[in-house]
Write a protein that binds this ligand. Structure first.
Ligand SMILES: NC(=O)c1ccc[n+]([C@@H]2O[C@H](COP(=O)([O-])OP(=O)(O)OC[C@H]3O[C@@H](n4cnc5c(N)ncnc54)[C@H](OP(=O)(O)O)[C@@H]3O)[C@@H](O)[C@H]2O)c1
Length: 201
């Protein structure tokens, strides 16, 4: 059994990840609500405080990445920066700071999303930062110390989120949370590193 910090646990992707972490001790974290620890992934000090409070942990699973959706021609710098500071830098900082605290041989699992492979209107910021996170995980894996692994889950839309995103994703087939949970399980429990685990229908 590993001690796993699950960030964004109350969200739809957090709940999907949870289905794959059944054999572990899961410590939940998020911006608000009924979680073990409150953390803001856009704030370095908040990330540092989370890791210090938890103490020993073997894995970090992050499912947070706030994205702004708008046509490219109308998207403001502020909308871009919201997405960049959460989905890209927030996740990079979780790894940059977390590598100091995580146990030897531990793992990081990040979230991206299929829209960098299958673009749709309004989603340029999500697609761009998802692509950045896929690249980050593939390349930084070579620099991780102490046998630490890193992977990223790149799923299509969840069945459980189809009511929110379905209208903007014509022609997409949603996948069940439990299938996406398997990808998180493969990342945390396997020996792979530097991989993008696609879950698509
Ligand atoms: N849903 C899908 O079908 C799907 C598919 C592929 C990829 N993704 C990607 O997965 C990620 C999460 O999506 P989701 O559908 O799970 O969103 P969601 O249901 O809105 O959940 C987001 C979670 O993130 C937490 N959060 C927001 N800002 C935070 C911050 N600064 N620090 C810490 N926690 C924060 C929220 O906490 P509170 O509960 O406290 O507000 C919430 O629990 C997104 O990047 C999305 O693009 C989603």
């Amino acid at each position: 059994m590993k001690t796993v910090i699950l960030i964004g646990a109350r969200g739809k992707m957090g709940q999907a990840a949870l289905t794959g972490l059944g054999k572990h001790k899961v410590i939940t974290a998020g911006l608000s609500g009924d979680v073990d620890h409150i953390v803001d992934i856009t704030d370095e000090q908040s990330i540092e405080a989370l890791y210090q409070k938890v103490g020993h942990f073997d894995a970090v699973v992050n499912t947070v990445g706030v994205c702004e959706y708008a046509p490219f021609t109308e998207m403001s710098e502020s909308q871009w920066m919201t997405t960049v500071m959460s989905k890209m830098m927030g996740q990079i900082n979780l790894v940059r700071i977390g590598q100091k605290y995580i146990a030897d041989g531990g793992s990081f699992t990040l979230i991206s999303g299929i829209l960098n492979v299958k673009p749709i209107p309004l989603a340029i910021a999500d697609a761009t930062t998802s692509g950045a996170i896929d690249t980050f995980a593939k390349c930084v894996a070579h620099e991780m110390p102490r046998g630490i692994r890193i992977n990223v889950i790149n799923p299509t839309v969840l069945k459980e989120a189809w009511d929110v995103y379905g209208e903007m994703m014509p022609g997409f087939e949603p996948v069940p949370s439990t299938l996406v949970g398997k990808a998180f399980e493969r990342s945390v429990d396997g020996f792979i590193s530097g991989q993008v685990l696609y879950v698509d229908a």
